[in-house]
Unconditional design. Structure first.
Length: 293
């Protein structure tokens, strides 16, 4: 048997090492950044819960709506940041995405999830809520939860889409669900920060969406497992005065599709009808419904 010479052995080792180094040069990066306001945030509107005793009693202090949430530094919460690139794939999270109805508000206000991921809706309040999705590309749901509920599974989304969710009992309740077909997305936190994990080397567009302040894009490159920059999205507060961002988002003010629930928000008889639908009982009188609200 012919054995390679010492010089040939060295070449083989060097080639193998070079190949390993070449493989090691391809990496995955955590892409981080922030969203902020260029100027003072608009004064948040106070939610009037005075007409619904159960809700009002839960909040001794005024509750502000969450359409624009920013701290004293202008760091902006609830901005969806997603990588836009054809062909990106990834594993669907095993844990469900969850919307909770707590204190007569939806938590979180903006939820991001993947196509095929389980979606659960909870009711942490001991009284009636209704969750009504206004999706167009995905199966819509319109569910009443008359009491506490630890989690009811909705049909998993099948397509990428951002849609609005409302409550047919409490008209101020509002949230958004953003669905993507890959896992490279994030929602900014209380400090306006986002973190997109494990993005492979490549050139990408980062897309930012806010329900009132609009949309922005920035280019980014990931090379050797490192992003070339930390991205900051800066939104102008005056953008909130412009018409609401539509895109593929349906708003509660639009005409509803036919459903077994009444449209929002005609008064006590509507709440009674929703409660009757949930319990499979005839609708109660408006005076009984008023006691529920």
């Amino acid at each position: 048997m012919h054995l390679p010479s010492r010089s040939n052995q060295s070449w083989v080792i060097a080639a193998a090492a070079s190949a390993m180094l070449g493989l090691a040069s391809f990496g995955f990066a955590d892409v981080t950044g922030s969203a902020k306001l260029d100027g003072k945030a608009p004064e948040p509107k106070t939610i009037d819960m005075s007409g619904v005793k159960e809700c009002n009693d839960m909040h001794p202090d005024p509750v502000a709506e969450e359409s624009i949430v920013a701290n004293d530094k202008g760091e902006l919460k609830n901005v969806v940041v997603v990588v836009q690139q054809e062909g990106l794939t990834g594993e669907v999270p095993k844990e469900p995405a969850v919307i909770d109805q707590q204190g007569c508000q939806y938590h979180p206000h903006v939820l991001a999830m993947m196509v095929g991921q389980d979606l659960q809706v909870k009711n942490s309040d001991p009284f009636l809520h209704n969750i009504h999705s206004l999706s167009e590309k995905n199966p819509s749901f319109n569910k009443a939860q008359p009491n506490k509920n630890d989690g009811e599974k909705m049909e998993s989304p099948k397509s990428a889409e951002t849609y609005h969710v409302k409550c047919d009992v409490h008209p101020w309740m509002s949230c958004y669900v953003a669905v993507f077909d890959h896992p490279y997305f994030s929602v900014t936190d209380d400090n306006g920060k986002f973190d997109i994990k494990g993005l492979p080397d490549g050139d990408y567009t980062l897309h930012a969406w806010h329900e009132k302040l609009g949309e922005q894009d920035q280019k980014i490159t990931v090379k050797d497992g490192k992003a070339d920059k930390e991205v900051t999205f800066t939104f102008k507060p005056e953008s909130a005065m412009a018409p609401a961002q539509q895109g593929n988002v349906r708003l509660a003010s639009e005409t509803n599709e036919a459903t077994d629930m009444p449209a929002c928000c005609g008064g006590d008889s509507k709440a009674a009808s929703i409660a009757a639908t949930a319990t499979k009982q005839p609708a109660q009188s408006s005076s009984v419904a008023a006691a529920k609200n």
